[in-house]
Design a protein around this ligand. Structure first.
Ligand SMILES: [Zn+2]
Length: 210
C-alpha cells in the first residue's frame, strides 16, 4: 500500500479536520487508529513491527493513509520495546537522578551533544552498542568516573599480566545463551543488573534478512 509520510509540524498538529486528501481530492482525511504492520530499519537490520492502534490520519473516501509525527513516535516506542532498549523517559530520569546535564553526559560518553539530544527527542534511537554503554554508564559509578570522552584514562580497560590471572572469560552456549563463568555461579544474580535477563537477545530470528 502506498503511504505518504507526513512530518507534522506543531502547526499541522493543530490542523482542523477533515483536511483534503492529496490522493483523491476529497476533504475526508481525519485522525484514525489502525492495526498496522511496518518494517523499520535500525542498526543495519530490518524489523517487522505490529501495532494495534497506530495513530495516523486516513482518508475516509479512498482509504489512503498518512503517517504523522504521532505515528513516528508510536513506531519508535514499539521498536524500543521490542528490542529492549532504554526508553526516552528512562534515559531522561537517569540523567536527572545523577544530576547530569545532557552536555556533560554526552562529553563523558564521547558522543555529540546533538546525538544525545536526538535520542531524547525521539528523532533517533540509540544503537544496541550505545544502549549497552548507556546502561553501564548509568549503573556503574566507576565507569562514569573513568569515561572522559576524548580525554580517556589511557590505562582504563588495559589488562596487565597480574590482573589477567584473576579474570575468567565468558562463554557463549548455543550462540545465544549467556553462560556465567563457573566461579561466578554462586554470585550470578537472577536478573543481571545490566541488560535484560540471562540470555543475550538474539535478534537474528526476529529481524528480517536485510
Ligand atoms: Zn482520499
Amino acid at each position: 500500500m502506498a503511504e505518504n509520510h507526513v512530518k507534522a509540524s506543531p502547526a499541522n498538529r493543530q490542523k482542523k479536520y477533515p483536511i483534503r486528501c492529496i490522493e483523491c481530492g476529497e476533504k475526508e482525511v481525519r485522525p484514525a487508529l489502525i492495526d498496522h504492520q511496518v518494517k523499520v530499519r535500525h542498526d543495519g537490520r530490518e524489523y517487522q513491527l505490529r501495532l494495534d492502534a497506530l495513530p495516523v490520519t486516513k482518508c475516509n473516501a479512498c482509504g489512503h493513509l498518512y503517517f504523522t509525527q504521532e505515528s513516528d513516535d508510536a513506531i519508535s516506542l514499539a521498536l524500543r520495546e521490542k528490542l529492549g532498549l532504554l526508553t526516552i523517559d528512562q534515559i531522561r530520569t537517569n540523567l536527572e537522578s545523577l544530576g547530569l546535564r545532557q552536555k556533560d553526559a554526552a562529553e563523558r560518553l564521547g558522543i555529540a551533544a546533538e546525538t544525545l539530544s536526538r535520542w531524547l527527542s525521539g528523532a533517533m534511537i540509540q544503537s544496541r552498542a550505545m544502549d549497552n554503554l548507556l546502561r553501564g554508564f548509568f549503573a556503574c559509578p566507576d565507569l562514569r568516573d573513568k569515561l572522559r570522552g576524548c580525554r580517556p584514562d589511557r590505562e582504563f580497560g588495559v589488562l596487565h599480566e597480574e590482573s589477567r590471572s584473576s579474570l575468567t572469560s565468558f562463554e557463549f552456549e548455543d550462540d545465544v545463551k549467556w553462560k556465567w563463568p563457573e566461579k561466578w555461579q554462586a554470585e550470578a544474580p537472577q536478573q543481571p543488573a545490566i541488560g535484560g535477563g540471562d540470555q543475550m537477545a538474539c535478534e537474528e530470528e526476529e529481524c528480517i534478512a536485510a
